[in-house]
Design a binder for this molecule. Sequence first.
Ligand SMILES: Nc1ncnc2c1ncn2[C@@H]1O[C@H](COP(=O)(O)OP(=O)(O)OP(=O)(O)O)[C@@H](O)[C@H]1O
Length: 161
Amino acid sequence: MGRNGSIKRGAAAAAPPSFTVNPADYRLMEEVGYGAHAVVYRALFLPRNQTVAVKCLDLDQLNNNIDEVQREAQIMSLIDHPNVIRAYCSFVVEHSLWVIMPFMTEGSCLHLMKIAYPEGFEEPVIASILKETLKALEYLHRQGQIHRDIKLVTSLLIVLV
Ligand SMILES: Nc1ncnc2c1ncn2[C@@H]1O[C@H](COP(=O)(O)OP(=O)(O)OP(=O)(O)O)[C@@H](O)[C@H]1O
């Protein structure tokens, strides 16, 4: 709504897409990566045939860290910065926590480097990745959050399709 009460053009288009918390609405496709406690899949959100990433965290492995993980998923859902991936939603499926996220089509910087730049990125590219990463960190710090686990080579790249 504009200040004069008029409805802003494009406001509806800018609204974040909504996702369900029903696992049956997601079809897991291939595995795209894994971390210490999670496996990440490319998946389809069936109601809109939309590609997403689903991070499946093994709750049994997390032991006492469940509160921390749920807090992280909640923070991720409140993120609003182009350089920080946000979670659309998260929910428990049997022994896993599923976090639904945008799918980063180009994968991580490490992946890109391995397949296309085996000698390593050139300096201007590294500088650009660093700058964008620092913008993301600055945003998180302004929100009162500390990342604690930055691994530059696993930064994710998105390509708008
Ligand atoms: N949204 C996404 N889109 C595409 N690929 C992703 C996405 N999220 C994660 N991945 C892939 O999955 C890998 C593992 O991601 P994850 O977030 O579990 O681990 P991490 O933070 O890199 O590792 P750890 O949890 O061990 O610190 C990433 O390195 C990346 O290759």
